[in-house]
Write a protein that binds this ligand. Structure first.
Ligand code: CMP
Length: 139
């Protein structure tokens, strides 16, 4: 079925000018970028976005990193978009990511891992609504 998922190109990737190369991976996999913007998150915004991880030992590091430099937030659409995006990203830890995946090619560490993608339909819906209004979402 056609789905939408929320993707974030993280500060380690925007800093190294990798937005185009990462977007090419999404598009080559059949994912359509239906909304996209570059923003600099405040710590409060990054903290709210990642609040499910609030009790994890890496939470503060994650929030500081995500607010350190601009990110590109985007909505990807396509058949099975959530799973497909996760496939294209590769494992969270680049050491475990399959070759050819975004994290295998570009990620610097488990924390600075170049991209985020929603993990399930319900979170995709919430995460898209966190960054985009209905008016910004054209199919
Ligand atoms: P992401 O998909 O954005 O969702 C939560 C993020 O937490 C994850 O990617 C990682 O970048 C980050 N993360 C997970 N484990 C660790 C860790 N051990 N140290 C730092 N960051 C982590």
């Amino acid at each position: 079925a056609t789905e939408r998922t929320l993707s974030i190109i993280k500060p380690d990737a925007t800093r190294r000018n990798l937005t185009g190369k990462i977007n090419a991976k999404f598009e080559d996999a059949g994912l359509r970028i239906v909304a996209q913007k570059r923003i600099h998150l405040t710590k409060a915004q990054a903290g709210e976005f990642y609040k499910v991880h609030a009790e994890r030992p890496f939470y503060q590091e994650l929030v500081d990193f995500m607010a350190s430099e601009p990110v590109v937030v985007q909505v990807l659409e396509g058949d099975n978009a959530i799973a497909k995006n996760r496939e294209v990203m590769g494992a969270t830890n680049p050491a475990d990511a399959e070759s050819g995946t975004i994290r295998a090619e570009f990620a610097e560490s488990v924390g600075e891992n170049s991209v985020h993608g929603s993990d399930a339909p319900e979170t995709a819906k919430e995460e898209i609504a966190y960054f985009f209004s209905g008016l910004e979402l054209v199919g």
